[in-house]
Design a protein around this ligand. Structure first.
Ligand code: ADE
Length: 281
């Protein structure tokens, strides 16, 4: 996978050289370049931002500099548009053999494991890190109109100083799902948020079986794999019920087995409809 990252702090991405991500670069699974947006400026101050049209606090990243940079990375020629901003063009069909342009943005839909899974199959990702009060809204609009698959994602309901941290988060979530990235691919299969029956994960323990007087659940040392699996599944359901009931509401009842239903019913969920619903009492 080819990955281009554009930022006014490209040195931030040196941190990607460590751990499994660094190894994937070494092995040639990832080809990562972090670019300095200021390399595409022409003025003495290398300015990338300007005051907001219509007034207001802060600065907005200029479209001209971004477009020169993105045209280069995407191999596109500049096009003069007849667009007064009054219509929202339909997003192009997702085609992961073409580059995907991704802008982190706190005012965008949440980035989820589903997005990470989809993007792990892409051949070329281009990330644009905004700073200040964000980037000119015509940038994603322009590239969508050129047929580019442009995504804007928030990584959570909080505001960061810029998109760099958000890009690191997305990159880690995406690349670890690529075939050949993880030493043990089984470790991704059981994780929280994976698959249509996403639940939080059960607790994990390692040795010693007793530590500072604290034991582990007996069933885990019983050697009975069927019982261990059921115990973990029930624990996952119970954690999700307690911490993220919104995930239970999204489960597909048809994909639940009899034991799952029993556990959910004991926790106060109705499982007769398409998705579980908490009983009113
Ligand atoms: N830029 C600033 N805050 C952000 C967030 N929460 N998600 C993505 N990009 C951001």
């Amino acid at each position: 996978m080819k990955i281009d990252i554009v930022s006014v702090f490209p040195e931030y991405f040196k941190a990607l050289d460590v751990g499994l991500f660094g190894k994937a670069i070494e092995r040639g699974l990832l080809d990562v370049s972090a670019h300095d947006l200021r390399d595409w400026t022409h003025d003495v101050h290398h300015s990338v931002d300007d005051t907001p049209v219509g007034g207001g606090a802060g600065m907005v990243m200029k479209p001209e500099v971004w477009a020169e940079c993105l045209d280069d990375l995407l191999g596109l020629e500049p096009v003069e548009m007849a667009d007064d901003g009054s219509e929202t063009p339909d997003p192009p069909e997702a085609d992961l053999s073409k580059p995907v342009l991704i802008f982190p943005n706190p005012s965008a839909p949440l980035f989820t494991q589903r997005d990470a899974t989809e993007l792990s199959r892409a051949g070329h990702l281009v990330f644009g890190c905004g700073r200040y009060e964000g980037y000119d809204a015509r940038i994603p609009r322009y590239y969508r109109a050129q047929g580019v698959d442009v995504r804007e994602y928030s990584i959570g309901d909080y505001v960061l100083n810029g998109g760099e941290v958000a890009v690191s988060v997305m990159l880690e979530a995406i690349t670890r799902l690529m075939p050949g990235f993880m030493g043990n691919p089984d470790s991704i299969v059981e994780e929280s948020y994976t698959g249509s029956n996403a639940l939080l994960e059960h607790y994990q323990y390692t040795k010693p079986a007793v530590w500072r007087g604290m034991g582990v659940p007996d069933v885990l040392t019983s050697g009975d794999h069927g019982k261990v699996d059921r115990f973990r599944r029930d624990e996952a359901i119970a954690h999700t019920d307690r911490l993220r009931p919104d995930l239970i509401e999204r489960l597909d009842c048809k994909a639940l087995n009899k034991a799952d239903r029993k556990t959910l019913m004991a926790l106060g969920w109705e499982v007769s409809g398409p998705h579980p619903r908490k009983r009113a009492d």
